[in-house]
Design a protein around this ligand. Sequence first.
Ligand code: SAH
Length: 213
Amino acid sequence: MMFDRARQRMVEDQLMARGVSDPRVLHAMARVPRHEFVEEALRHRAYQECSLPIGYGQTISHPYTVALMTEALELEGHERVLEVGTGSGYQTAVLAALCANVFTVERLAPLAMRTRKLLDQQGLYNVALQIGDGTIGWKAEAPFDAIVVTAGGPELPRPLLSQLRRGGRLVAPVGDGESQSLVRLRVEASGIQEEVIADCRFVKLLGRFGFAQ
Ligand code: SAH
């Protein structure tokens, strides 16, 4: 298949070449069919080093960004993971391959419904999707072992911190609308550890603990 080769090249040239080394992440990204998560007319660009429009003013993140964020979550397979900002569902599918359960929240109902259908078609039955404001988290399913936010907010949404288990990791872009820092936060017995992993640029996180709508 034409896409299989493109995907393998993506893993080698964009991920491994740039330092992504977690074998489970590389394996998952070599398998998840990224082209299925973009519209037909853009499929030929699905494995290129870029983000692509997915409708509703939103984008699917670069392959490298997805890899970097996923790797930073340090998943082993048993985790319950919260994703804020389902979008195309591509990051969701990568997470679903690497942990026990994914709980994903998308604020745009039409996008969420389209993606729900796609995730079902892909047979990803360990994904629960909710429509709503993900900056308040998903209280009924908390605590989570890992949380990833795929849209950039002015600060880390506070409710997410309280829904993270001891030892858990949270990865989120934080900054103004133009540019952000990708922040990883770890909850340890001794306190909260925070580090900046990279500079990045995501679409805006809107909502109660995000930017005003
Ligand atoms: N991981 C996705 C990224 C999509 S862009 C992908 O690769 O396709 C980020 C998404 O976050 C958009 O779909 C946007 O609608 C959504 N979003 C923004 N603010 C949100 C909020 N408060 N709660 C849930 N989703 C939100």
